[in-house]
Design a protein around this ligand. Structure first.
Ligand code: SAH
Length: 362
């Protein structure tokens, strides 16, 4: 049993079973034993790898996207470049290196990072220290920080925010919860779903659902999006959201735990495996539009990176590389863009307010 499994079991014993969202929140962000608060999960020695860790080209394309938007906003100075969950800081470091020749961009930017993990904060400080970043743990403070319009970046951030799960049974929706068996081990169980929660299932899926089908609802993600939008409407600017997920709502259990680059059972090692679900982009887009913002996409990550010029960038890098590196660049390009790899499952969505600019890539 992990330390966190003990803590969860004790909470369940005293307070009763918890919904999947509460479980995800504790497992990922418990102040001492949470998955993100207690380790560096990213890279070969960790549990998963992200796009910026695959190739510098990813962050470079995001940098080009941000600089293009800034220029079309009229080069506001100052403005705030804000990233949610920067991981090792690689995306931002690559984005900033790629934009150092955009006149005035670096002088105008104020860098604000949202991060819960002290371990990752230290890593970010190593590669971003020269840009004087300011760290925040509280999203609202982060969205108020800095000056001028906001350019927000979030890569593989939303997938880590909690979801609740509804499961169809006997013609009704039940909520999936985490409970205890007779040996104090964590198990899933079901309870009658609150009517307000069940009412959130889109009518066509409600009709289609068969016994055992699962629908995921992410109030925490929509809440985050609503905060993003309030800030964008107040300050102007845009957000770029990249994550794995689907463009239309669907049925299915996407809750997954990953440890040492392999899937493991969700309840076996809480706090020692990454816990995510696929992002329902339609729900995020709806939350954004209800908050008075415009949305673009989602488009596949491959199409987005291609529109930003990743093939040209790969050619330029190959031209100054040796044979081994040329192969690596080709492999990374494939991984990031091809439909069978990250190019299709990963999607990119932009949100804007305060102007009619269509962000690059859409
Ligand atoms: N964007 C990075 C890292 C993705 S992993 C990359 O692409 O490599 C998720 C990141 O979000 C980590 O930095 C993690 O510590 C952070 N994170 C997760 N939940 C968070 C929360 N609720 N608030 C702030 N940061 C969070």
């Amino acid at each position: 049993m992990t330390r966190l499994a003990d803590i969860l079991a004790s909470r369940i014993r005293h307070n009763g079973p918890m919904d999947v969202g509460t479980f995800m929140g504790v497992v990922l962000a418990h102040p001492r034993h949470g998955y993100y608060t207690s380790r560096d999960p990213i890279g070969a020695g960790g549990d998963f790898t992200t796009a910026p860790e695959i190739s510098q080209m990813f962050g470079e394309m995001i940098g080009a996207w941000a600089a293009d938007l800034w220029l079309r906003l009229g080069s506001p100075a100052p403005f705030t470049l804000a990233e949610a969950g920067p991981g090792h800081g690689t995306l931002m470091a690559d984005a900033l290196r790629a934009t150092r020749n955009v006149p005035g961009f670096h002088r105008a930017l104020r860098l604000h990072l949202l991060e819960v993990s002290p371990v990752l904060k230290d890593k970010q400080a190593l590669v971003l220290g020269a840009y004087d970043p300011v760290w925040h743990e509280d999203a609202e403070a982060w969205l108020r920080a800095g000056e001028g319009p906001l350019i927000l970046i979030a890569n593989e951030f939303f997938d880590a925010l909690p979801v609740r799960q509804l499961q169809r049974g006997g013609g009704r929706w039940h909520e999936r919860r985490i409970s205890l068996d007779g040996n104090n081990r964590l198990i899933f169980d079901l309870a009658e779903a609150e009517p307000a929660l069940a009412a959130m299932v889109p009518p066509h899926l409600d009709h289609m659902a068969r016994e055992g089908d699962i629908f995921e609802i992410a109030p925490a993600r929509c809440g985050f999006m609503t905060h993003f939008c309030a800030a964008l409407r107040r300050r102007g600017g845009a957000a770029l959201i990249v994550d794995y997920g689907h463009a239309a709502p669907g049925l299915g259990d996407t809750l997954q735990a990953m440890r040492h680059h392999a899937f493991v059972p969700v309840l076996d090692t809480p706090g020692e495996a990454d816990l995510t679900t696929h992002v329902d982009f339609s729900a995020l887009a709806q939350a954004a539009r209800q908050s008075g913002c415009q949305t673009f996409g989602p488009v596949g990550q491959g199409a987005f990176l291609e529109a930003l010029g990743i093939h040209e960038r790969a050619q330029a890098l190959k031209a100054v590389s040796g044979p081994r590196q040329i192969l690596d660049i080709g492999t990374a390009l494939q991984r990031l863009t091809s439909d069978g790899q990250m190019g299709g499952l990963f999607k990119v969505m932009a949100v804007t307010a305060g102007h009619d600019i269509i962000p690059a890539g859409f």
